[in-house]
Design a protein around this ligand. Structure first.
Ligand code: NOJ
Length: 492
C-alpha cells in the first residue's frame, strides 16, 4: 500500500515536471463573452429619432478635451453593422454578449412619454439576432450616455432622476424583458460619478467631493428602485436577474506598515465600498469609514452638513441586497500609502480618502496610462469580495488591455492568459465566479482618449467607410477559450 502510494506521488511529480502542464478548464456552465457600450461603438448619433446625449454634447462643444479631438458620431458604426457584429460573435463562439442600450435612442428627451420606435426596433433586432445564434444578451441600461435634456436638469445630481431612470427601466423591461434575462442597471458608477461629475468626463462638472457624491447617491437610489420594480412586477413572468457592474482595481498596501495597511482598506472602501457596501454588505448604507471621514472633513471645511448625503432608513433597506449577482470590471492594481493628512478648503474626493496612489514602474505597461498588468491583483480582488460580501455570485463584466495597433497582439493574449489563470486560482480559493467578459469585442471610442486606445479582439479600420473589422491573434485565442472553456495550449 505504502509503496503503491509513493509510486503514485512520483508519477504525479514526474508528470508535473516532465509532462504537459495540467489543463486549466472552467466549469461546464461558465459563460465566456465580450462587451461593448452604445456610445463607444454605435455611431448614428442623430439618426432615426435618437436624442442628444451628454457625450454628444460634450464631444461637440469641447473637442479640445478629447485626446484626438474625435467624437462617437460614427465610431465603429455598429448601428448600421449590427449583423456584422453578430457575425463576429458567432465566429468567436461566445456564450454571451454584453452591450448597452442608449437611453436617448429609446427616449429622445429622456422621458417615457415619447418612445422612439426606431430605437426599440434596433435593439429588438440585435437581441433577436443574438438569440437566433444562441448568444445570451446581457444588457447594461446605463453606460454613461445620459440624455442631454436630463443633464439640463442637473443630471445625476438631481434626485428626480431616480424616478426618470425607473420609467426608462420600465420601458426596457416591457419591450425587451421577454428576451433579455440578464440586466445590469449601471456600468461603473464610480467612473461616471467620480470622473464625470467629479472630473472632466462628460458632463465635465469637475466637482470632486461634492457633485460626485450627489451623483452616487441618486445612482444608488435609482438602482434600488429598479431592482425592486423588477422583483415586484417582472421577475415572476420574465424570470431574469438584475445586477450592477462595479469597477474594482485591486488596492494593495504599498508597504507592510500598519498605516499603509489601513490606508489601503480606506481606499478600498472609498473606491469600491462606496457602491458595494450599500448593496452587498449585510448592514447596507455607506461604508462607515466614508461616513466618518467625509462628515468630519466637511465640518472642518465649514459646511453646515456633510457633503456625503444621507439615506433614509427606507432607502437603506431598499438598496441593501438589491442585486442578484455582482458584475465586476477589473483591469489593474494600484499601491496605496498613507496620505499626509492635510485638509484643504476645497472639497475633494482625494482629500476625503486621504491616501497616496501609485503603481510600480516594473509592472508591464499597456497603452493606457492607468493600466498596468498585475494578474495577482485580480485574484486578491475576487477574494476580497468573497470575504467582505459573503461570497456573492460574481460575473466578470469587463477585463482587457489596450495596446498599439497590431493584429499580432501577443501581449493581449498574454494578458488574458495570466488574468484568466488568476481568476481560476480565485475560483479554486472558493470565489463564486460565474462568467468572464472580455473588453472589448472591437476597437471603440475610449471616452476622453478618443480612438487612440484600442482594446478590441477585432481591429477596426476607422478610415474605411464600413469600419472594416479584422480579427487579431487574440480573437483566435478567445474563440478557442470560449468554445472549449479551457485555456488554450497555444497562443495562435
Ligand atoms: C471601463 C468602461 O466600462 C469602458 O467603457 C471602457 O472603455 C473600459 N473600461 C476601458 O477603459
Amino acid at each position: 500500500m505504502e509503496s503503491k502510494h509513493s509510486l503514485l506521488v512520483i508519477l504525479v511529480l514526474w508528470l508535473e515536471v516532465e509532462g504537459a502542464p495540467p489543463k486549466v478548464c472552467f466549469p461546464q456552465h461558465f459563460m465566456f463573452g465580450v462587451a461593448t457600450a452604445a456610445y463607444q461603438i454605435e455611431g448614428a448619433w442623430n439618426v432615426s429619432g435618437k436624442g442628444e446625449s451628454i457625450w454628444d454634447r460634450y464631444t461637440h462643444r469641447h473637442p479640445e478635451r478629447i485626446f484626438d479631438h474625435s467624437s462617437g458620431d460614427v465610431a465603429a458604426d455598429s448601428y448600421h453593422q449590427l449583423r456584422e457584429d453578430v457575425r463576429l460573435l458567432v465566429e468567436l463562439g461566445v456564450q454571451h454578449y454584453r452591450f448597452s442600450i442608449s437611453w436617448p435612442r429609446i427616449l429622445p428627451m429622456g422621458l417615457s412619454n415619447d418612445i422612439n420606435e426606431d430605437g426599440i426596433r434596433y435593439y429588438s433586432e440585435l437581441i433577436d439576432e443574438l438569440r437566433a445564434h444562441r448568444i445570451e444578451p446581457t444588457v447594461t441600461m446605463y453606460h454613461w450616455d445620459l440624455p442631454q435634456s436630463l443633464q439640463d436638469l442637473g443630471g445625476w445630481t438631481n434626485p428626480i432622476i431616480a424616478d426618470y431612470f425607473l420609467d426608462y427601466a420600465r420601458v426596457l423591461f416591457d419591450h425587451f424583458g421577454d428576451r433579455v434575462k440578464v440586466w445590469f442597471t449601471f456600468n461603473e458608477p464610480l467612473s461616471f460619478c467620480h470622473d464625470g461629475y467629479g472630473g472632466l468626463d462628460a458632463p465635465g462638472a469637475n466637482s470632486s467631493g461634492f457633485e460626485a457624491y450627489l451623483c452616487g447617491h441618486n445612482v444608488l437610489r435609482a438602482h434600488g428602485y429598479t431592482y425592486r420594480l423588477y422583483q415586484q412586477s417582472y421577475r415572476h413572468h420574465q424570470q431574469g436577474v438584475v445586477g450592477i457592474a462595479l469597477d474594482f482595481a485591486w488596492l494593495e498596501p504599498a508597504t507592510t506598515s500598519e498605516g499603509d495597511q489601513r490606508a489601503a482598506e480606506t481606499a478600498r472602501q472609498f473606491r469600491f465600498g462606496w457602491f458595494a457596501h450599500p448593496i452587498f454588505s449585510s448592514e447596507g448604507d455607506y461604508p462607515p469609514i466614508m461616513r466618518v471621514r467625509i462628515d468630519e472633513i466637511s465640518k472642518r471645511q465649514h459646511f453646515p452638513r456633510s457633503r456625503l448625503p444621507t439615506f433614509t432608513p427606507e432607502e437603506v433597506a431598499l438598496i441593501r441586497g438589491s442585486s442578484d449577482f455582482m458584475g465586476l470590471n477589473h483591469y489593474t492594481t494600484y499601491l496605496i500609502a498613507q496620505g499626509d493628512g492635510k485638509i484643504y478648503p476645497q472639497p475633494s474626493f482625494n482629500t476625503d480618502m486621504g491616501v497616496v496612489t501609485t503603481q510600480k514602474q516594473e509592472w508591464p505597461k499597456s497603452n493606457s496610462t492607468w493600466l498596468r498588468v498585475v494578474p495577482w491583483g485580480f485574484r486578491r480582488a475576487l477574494n476580497y469580495i468573497k470575504q467582505k460580501y459573503n461570497n456573492p455570485p460574481v460575473f466578470v463584466t469587463e477585463n482587457g488591455i489596450s495596446l498599439e495597433r497590431s493584429n499580432r497582439d501577443v501581449r493581449r493574449v498574454g494578458y488574458m492568459a495570466s488574468y484568466l489563470s488568476a481568476m481560476y486560482a480565485a475560483m479554486s480559493d472558493g470565489c463564486d465566479v460565474r462568467g468572464y467578459t472580455y473588453w472589448s469585442l472591437i476597437d471603440n471610442f475610449e471616452w476622453r482618449r478618443g480612438f487612440s486606445e484600442r482594446f478590441g479582439l477585432y481591429d477596426v479600420d476607422y478610415s474605411s467607410a464600413s469600419r472594416k473589422r479584422t480579427p487579431r491573434m487574440s480573437a483566435n485565442y478567445f474563440s478557442k477559450l470560449a468554445r472549449t472553456r479551457c485555456l488554450p495550449d497555444s497562443w495562435n
